[in-house]
Design a protein. Structure first.
Length: 324
């Protein structure tokens, strides 16, 4: 008996023919490596829930980005952890703040060989761990927060950031940052908007990485409800109208439908954030010998590309770059 599917089977016979007809290619060119730099430590600190990822010192960060560049990875995104946190997160816009110093360090090491993205938010810098100014009743003051974001954008751009990536999900943040950048003569600095960012349980290990504990509160008043899809398209459209140069969907694998629909909606580059929990789950199951970590990582990252993303922020960047 022959069946029509046999045509498909004939094209799976060898690795070479499978490569020849593959529709999606994962490449090191697709990767953005997230990196943490912490003020006031003298040695890099491992992050228990993110095996293989470290809180870097300014010095160890330089070595790390040198390796990343040599692997052919085109970009990194930086997160800073200040020695002191306060109610407004003032370390975030201090010209001598940890991330500003780290951006300048990175530019001095890799110049234009690496795209230095800078996460723009205050949660790593506030003592309460929220992404904005918290009112007495616990709500977030959107507009006061935008004023802070403008200051951060200018500080990061002055330090030499190539791309500014606001992640706080405040309304109007892209327009506010664009205005601040233009007013500071940074007309050429693009904005990567974390546009469709869900209030996900998958950010757990990241909170350890940046020493944030939200105690009894959550971010559901400003991050998206995971039950909703149309809402994501509205968030993306709003950010594009405000001048976003690129948009992001976050997390990645649980939100492939959102990435696919965003791909239909817009022609701007789409980034997807394969977040800390997505990484840690693979690492943990791999450590137990339950799955083949490398295979699952490549499979997931390829799925993210297949769904329509142009690039992926992933803690696997270094490890998988060596396997492709
Ligand atoms: C906010 C921010 C978060 C992540 C990236 N930027 C945390 C959050 O929104 O709670 C999470 C990334 C990850 O989990 O890997 N500055």
């Amino acid at each position: 008996m022959t069946f029509p599917q046999q045509r498909l089977r004939r094209l799976r016979k060898s690795g070479a023919i499978r490569r020849l007809i593959s529709e999606t290619t994962l490449s090191v060119d697709d990767f953005v490596a997230p990196l943490f730099v912490r003020e006031g430590i003298t040695e890099p600190e491992p992050i228990a829930s993110l095996p293989g990822v470290f809180q870097h010192t300014r010095d160890s960060l330089k070595g790390e980005i040198d390796q990343i560049r040599n692997l052919g990875i085109p970009s990194i995104i930086l997160f800073g952890i200040p020695a002191e946190k306060d109610a407004t997160g003032s370390g975030a816009w201090d010209p001598n703040g940890i991330v500003q110093q780290a951006i300048a360090d990175c530019k001095s090491v890799t110049g234009d060989d690496l795209v230095i993205m800078s996460d723009l938010c205050v949660d790593e810098y506030t003592d309460h761990g929220h992404c904005g100014v918290v009112n007495d009743d616990g709500s977030i003051d959107n507009d006061l927060t935008l004023d802070l974001y403008k200051k951060i954008a200018i500080a990061q751009a002055n330090a030499g950031a190539d791309v500014i990536a606001p992640s706080g999900m405040m309304d109007g943040q892209v327009a506010a940052i664009r205005q601040a950048l233009d007013g500071n003569n940074n007309l050429e600095t693009p904005i990567l908007a974390y546009s469709a960012k869900y209030a996900s349980g998958l950010y757990g290990p990241f909170r350890e990485a940046v020493n944030v504990s939200l105690e009894n509160s959550d971010r559901k008043s400003y991050q998206q409800d995971w039950r909703n899809k149309r809402e994501a398209m509205n968030e993306i459209k709003a950010d594009l109208n405000e001048g976003a140069d690129m948009i992001m969907v976050k997390p990645a694998v649980t939100y492939l439908d959102i990435i696919a629909q965003a791909r239909e909606l817009t022609d701007v580059p789409i980034g997807a954030y394969h977040v800390s929990g997505e990484y840690s789950m693979i690492k943990a199951a791999g450590e137990k010998g339950w799955i083949d970590e490398t295979q699952v990582a490549i499979e997931q990252l390829t799925a993210v590309k297949r769904s329509g993303a142009n690039f992926i922020l992933t803690y696997f960047a270094k490890e998988i770059a060596g396997c492709l």
